[in-house]
Ligand binder design. Structure first.
Ligand SMILES: [Ca+2]
Ligand SMILES: [Ca+2]
Length: 215
């Protein structure tokens, strides 16, 4: 929920109180108003590296998906963002307080005093060194709106995963798909696992796969 935008950072203020439970207690689950990313050190401990990785601030976020979009072996990150109302806007909170007290019947109408929060979707490329680069514009994954959910499916059955995004009160944005030459290679791997070995030419691309498990 932490914004990368300086202006919104100064108007959106939400604070969580300190947890009353001691460290190690099952109920000790502190909340922070930014993303967290945990690195498994492999020794039963984890390091929180969201600030280091560049993923701490993605605004109001709903659905993160780790997916190797550019097929370089590292999982990239797509994030659906936006909200119908910016309920973190503290100027609106102040107005609501001034106009109160609100009766129980009037309470639902408080929502309409918050501004809309239409945001661009976000895509981050995994650099492979625990840091991520914002490539939303380069990958064409920056259309603005309120996107509350995403899922992956190979809709055209070409072997690569396509992205389906919902968009509140708006037509769906164009889907993001993998590059076709990479998709070809990905599909070939699956077929080679069945057939043993395969060579396929498509335009200027030649792809060869061999299933080493088969002689
Ligand atoms: Ca990648
Ligand atoms: Ca596909």
């Amino acid at each position: 929920m932490f914004s990368p935008n300086h202006s919104r950072r100064t108007t959106q203020t939400v604070t969580f109180g300190l947890t009353q439970w001691p460290v190690g207690h099952p109920a000790e689950r502190p909340q922070v108003t930014r993303n967290t990313l945990f690195l498994n050190r492999g020794d039963s401990t984890f390091g929180e590296i969201a600030q280091l990785s560049g993923l701490a601030a993605t605004d109001w976020s709903w659905c993160p998906i780790f997916l190797d979009v550019d097929l370089d072996g590292y999982e990239d990150l797509l994030v659906a963002t936006g909200n119908m109302f910016d309920t973190q806007d503290q100027d609106s909170e102040a107005q609501i307080r001034v106009r109160g007290p609100w009766s129980r019947e009037q309470t639902p109408f408080k929502l309409w005093m918050y501004p809309p929060l239409s945001l661009p979707k976000l895509a981050f490329r995994n650099r492979g060194d625990l840091t991520f680069q914002n490539v939303s514009r380069e990958w064409g994954f920056n259309s603005t709106g309120v996107a509350q959910g995403m899922c992956l499916a190979d809709l055209d059955n070409d072997g690569d995963l396509d992205v389906v995004i919902n968009q509140l009160n708006a037509p769906p944005p164009s889907s993001a798909t993998r590059r076709t030459e990479h998709a070809l290679r990905s599909a070939l791997k699956e077929r080679a696992a069945i057939l043993g070995a395969l060579e396929l030419k498509s335009g200027s691309i030649t792809a060869r796969c061999r299933n080493r498990a088969r002689k």
